[in-house]
Design a protein around this ligand. Structure first.
Ligand code: OSB
Ligand code: MG
Length: 371
């Protein structure tokens, strides 16, 4: 591929149902869409799914914009690349900014897929034709609202439900959902909201009897030691999300036994290229993985489905139907789960047609760089 131009589109879409985690509440999302154009005229699309505020991770849509504009895209223009891994190599010296890297990396992969006429799943080494989807449910105003939400998604056939928790919304929420939905595959995600204070530890221990598939990210991202202590004490497996931004973090997780399940989030790890290596390492150490989401629009969601088609993704991924989040997606006929199963696209490129009109209508700012 020879990249002759790169465009960043800052796109806003309203959420159909407000989403609250331990750190923030969202009614709309703003992601950056990356469009890379090859000398042949072929286009690659990627999505930078950074949150608007630095509560999940340090990256935001604003910081990602600056890094993509100043440090990532200029290095690609006018150059010839054999593979997406070669594109990745251009930012070897850029520390952090995983979300910005991920969006550009994804655009390189979808461009490579189009140019070589091979589906993304095949290029990545995926073996499944469909993947199992789970849903991630936010903190609701009341427990009744939570039960209603769980019920809706269970009725839709999702085989796994993850509940966001925070201090004060944890054991009771899990108790109520367990009582209502029996042996549903249930897990919780704290987004790092707990410390080792007595009351927080009491709550985390209080979750142990409920047969959860995992407790995701109980402590702050760098609090490896607290995670190791809890993992050593509870029967419920600990899964890490925010803690693992790169392969060194994954090595730390495995060596310290700070977690026994890995959430591979393409955005958080800096793209499909490092996510593939993380998947390989996890397989080598027999660490089960699944693909987490960032409420991606259709382009990022397609990448999540493609990587979830690899064999090591043995647990349900956060790849629920686009209409759980948005009234309309930026791709046509985007990712849809049918009884909790999502078909893996076999069309080269994103695997879905980008709705460029709708994209333009919802773009609040754009920038094109040329060779
Ligand atoms: O921790 O997985 C998370 C959304 C925003 C920030 C962090 C997280 C999430 C999700 C969304 O859980 C999962 C999805 O995209 O369906
Ligand atoms: Mg998480």
């Amino acid at each position: 591929m020879q990249i002759v131009s790169a465009t960043l589109h800052r796109v806003q879409l309203p959420l159909v149902h407000a989403f609250q985690t331990s750190s923030h509440r969202k009614n709309h999302l703003e992601h950056l869409i990356v469009e890379l154009t090859d000398a042949s005229g072929a286009v690659g699309w990627g999505e930078i799914a950074s949150p608007s505020d630095p509560y999940y991770c340090p990256d935001t849509a604003g910081t990602s914009w600056i890094i993509a504009q100043q440090n990532l895209l200029p290095a690609l223009l006018g150059k010839e690349f054999e593979t997406p891994a070669d594109v990745n190599a251009t930012w070897a010296k850029v520390r952090g900014h995983q979300f910005a890297k991920a969006g550009v990396d994804m655009a390189a992969w979808t461009l490579h897929s189009t140019l070589t006429d091979q589906p993304l799943t095949q290029l990545l080494g995926g073996t499944r034709s469909e993947v199992i989807a789970g849903v991630s449910l936010g903190i609701e105003p009341t427990l009744d609202d939570l039960v209603t939400q769980v019920g809706r998604h269970v009725d839709n056939g999702y085989p796994r439900v993850k509940l966001k928790i925070m201090p004060g919304w944890d054991v009771e929420a899990v108790r109520v959902v367990r009582a209502e939905f029996g042996d549903l595959d249930l897990h919780v995600d704290a987004n790092g909201a707990y410390t080792e204070s007595d009351d927080h530890l009491t709550a985390l221990r209080g979750l142990d009897p409920y047969g959860l598939t995992m407790i995701e990210q109980p402590f702050a991202p760098n609090n490896w030691l607290a995670s190791r202590r809890l993992a050593g004490e509870l029967d419920t497996p600990i899964c890490l999300d925010e803690s693992v931004e790169d392969l060194d973090d994954l090595a730390t997780m495995i060596d310290l036994k700070a977690g026994s399940i890995l959430n591979i989030k393409v955005s958080r790890m800096g793209g499909l290229t490092p996510a593939l290596v993380a998947h390989e390492v996890a397989q080598q150490y027999e660490v089960p993985v699944w693909c987490g989401g960032m409420h991606e629009f259709g382009i990022g969601r397609a990448a999540n489905v493609a990587i979830s088609s690899l064999t090591g993704f043995s647990l349900p991924s956060d790849v629920s139907s686009w209409d759980k989040y948005y009234a309309r997606d930026i791709v046509l006929d985007g990712v849809m789960a049918d009884r909790g199963r999502v078909r893996v696209p076999t069309t080269p490129g994103v695997g879905f047609t980008v709705d460029t009109d709708f994209l333009a209508e919802n773009t609040v700012e754009s920038l094109t760089l040329t060779a």
